[in-house]
Design a protein around this ligand. Structure first.
Ligand SMILES: Nc1ncnc2c1ncn2[C@@H]1O[C@H](COP(=O)(O)OP(=O)(O)OP(=O)(O)O)[C@@H](O)[C@H]1O
Ligand SMILES: Cc1ncc(CO)c(N)n1
Length: 474
């Protein structure tokens, strides 16, 4: 589907044609853009506008339409009457559906159209007009609707006046709800209510919604389905906006959230290792440990290997501490290393006559993977994380099976403590922060390191029963 955006440029990338191209691509369309104006703007506001001449807007439009099939058009900022005349005359030569976002002021309050009445000539050609509450009132030359019900009546009047559909947007209303409604001359066709996300990063929501609507209509041929899909996409993009950290004012929405994970990347990782978590739960080692029927010998084999693992793991935590970007993280990983050396390993020692000195192949593989992840801090702590998170998760279930006579009572208690919960939560947060700062390549490496460690955890638990592969030297 080829979608043409006719709009202004926002060099900060969150609104205008930049937002349109991102939204069109994220929704499966091929985006094209004819630029009507250059703006100088950022997340705080607009500091300059330079309109393109009507003639050159027309030259751009003709270059596109004489060569490329256009499946839908989205119109945004038009700057002035000259540009509007150029676009209106060109539209007589094409019959694609038009979503017209009557952009008059930016989210920051800056004006983006010098003569609002000039829009009138274009409204009849639109298929859908998408005004916010202020633009709706302005197009009708009426006062701003004081309530959503009145906004719906205004939308109906505008639809009747121009024989179009009107998408009334309630983003500027006060309250927890963000309603939108598709209205025709006959009345409301579809009303959607979405939760208002608590974020100041809503720069470009209107641009994103209108270009998504054009794209989804080109794909479905149905305005109702197109609006449902568009609202759901925009809501996800707004919910994930704070992850972007672009600028210090009203930042952009997160257009590609569906490509790089759900709103919480850590939740997404946890989902991805679900099959591994299930396998661990079903291992003989875990079920027998929980029932208390695990052979002493198997338990000792595990504990001996785990002691060897922990000695190396403590070194890896110290390394993470030395690579940490801030004091809080440095202290956290260092405390983790100390906790192992002074706490967990004491417990292991209490089960063992002496520490084994030969790591199994499985133990060695896991610690080698940790050591191989030290190229960057993000990757290293992603590799470290499953050891916290899986033990905390499994620890909860094991603790539920614990009782005074349980042969492995002390071990079962260790990983179900509040301290371990809190350490796990902090470790997840450290990784989340590193992930948010990482570029896409590092994010991919972090995720791979995390999943690989989870796989090593499974093999580690399984090794007492399944494959005791020992290297002759280690
Ligand atoms: N905080 C929010 N949480 C959820 N949805 C929101 C939020 N803010 C705006 N929206 C949605 O964004 C879309 C655009 O609405 P709005 O009324 O803000 O349009 P606009 O003023 O044209 O946008 P812009 O601010 O980009 O110019 C609507 O679907 C609205 O429901
Ligand atoms: C170029 C451009 N178009 C539209 C908007 C509306 O948000 C904006 N801020 N900038």
């Amino acid at each position: 589907m080829n979608i043409l955006s006719i709009a202004g440029s926002d060099p900060s990338g969150g609104a205008g044609i930049q937002a349109d191209l991102k939204a069109i691509a994220a929704n499966g369309g091929y985006g094209m853009c004819v630029i009507t104006a250059l703006t100088a703007q950022n997340t705080h506001g607009v500091s300059g506008v330079q309109a393109i001449s009507g003639d050159f807007v027309l030259t751009q439009l003709e270059a596109v339409s004489t060569d490329i099939r256009i499946d839908a058009i989205k119109i945004g900022m038009l700057a002035n009457a000259e540009v509007i005349r150029a676009v209106t005359s060109w539209l007589e030569t094409v019959d694609a559906p038009v979503v017209l976002d009557p952009v008059m002021v930016a989210t920051s309050g800056d004006r983006l159209l010098d003569d609002e009445s000039a829009l009138d000539s274009l409204l009849d050609r639109a298929t859908v007009i998408t005004p916010n509450l202020l633009e709706l009132a302005s197009l009708l030359r009426e006062p701003v609707a004081p309530s959503w019900d009145e906004a719906l009546r205004q939308a109906q009047r505008l639809a009747a006046k121009h024989d179009t559909l009107v998408l009334a947007k309630g983003g500027h209303l006060a309250g927890a709800d963000c309603p939108d409604a598709l209205v025709s001359a006959g009345g409301v066709q579809l009303e959607l209510h979405g939760a208002r996300h608590a974020t100041r990063n809503t720069h470009g929501t209107g641009c994103t919604l209108s270009s998504t609507l054009a794209t989804r209509f080109a794909a479905t041929g149905d305005w109702i389905a197109a609006l449902e899909q568009s609202k759901s996409y925009l809501s996800k993009a707004i919910a994930a906006a704070d992850q972007l950290q672009v600028g210090s004012g009203h930042g952009p929405v997160n257009h590609f959230i569906d490509f790089f994970g759900t709103a919480d990347p850590m939740g997404d990782w946890w989902q991805k290792i679900q099959p591994i978590r299930e396998e661990i739960d079903q291992l003989d080692f875990i079920t027998r440990l929980s029932e208390g029927t695990l052979d002493r010998e198997d338990f000792h084999y595990y504990i001996a290997q785990d002691a060897l693992y922990l000695l190396r793991y403590a070194k890896v935590l110290s390394l993470a501490s030395s690579m940490a970007p801030d004091l809080g993280a440095q202290r956290f990983w260092s405390r983790g290393a100390n906790g192992i050396l002074d706490g967990e390993l004491q417990l292991h020692g209490s089960y063992l006559d002496e520490f084994a000195d030969t790591p199994s192949a499985i133990t060695l593989n896991y610690t080698n993977h940790l050591a191989a992840s030290q190229e960057s801090y993000g990757e290293l702590i992603a590799a470290i994380l499953p050891c916290y998170w899986l033990y905390q998760d499994i620890g909860k279930r094991l603790a539920a099976a614990n009782h005074a006579e349980h042969p492995y009572r002390q071990w079962l208690e260790t990983y179900a403590s509040e301290e371990f919960d809190s350490a796990t939560e902090q470790a997840i947060e450290m990784v989340r922060q590193a992930f948010e700062q990482a570029d896409p390549q590092l994010r991919a490496r972090m995720e791979a390191a995390f999943i690989r460690s989870a796989e090593h955890e499974r093999s580690f638990f399984a090794q007492a029963h399944e494959n005791r592969v020992d290297f002759s030297t280690a």
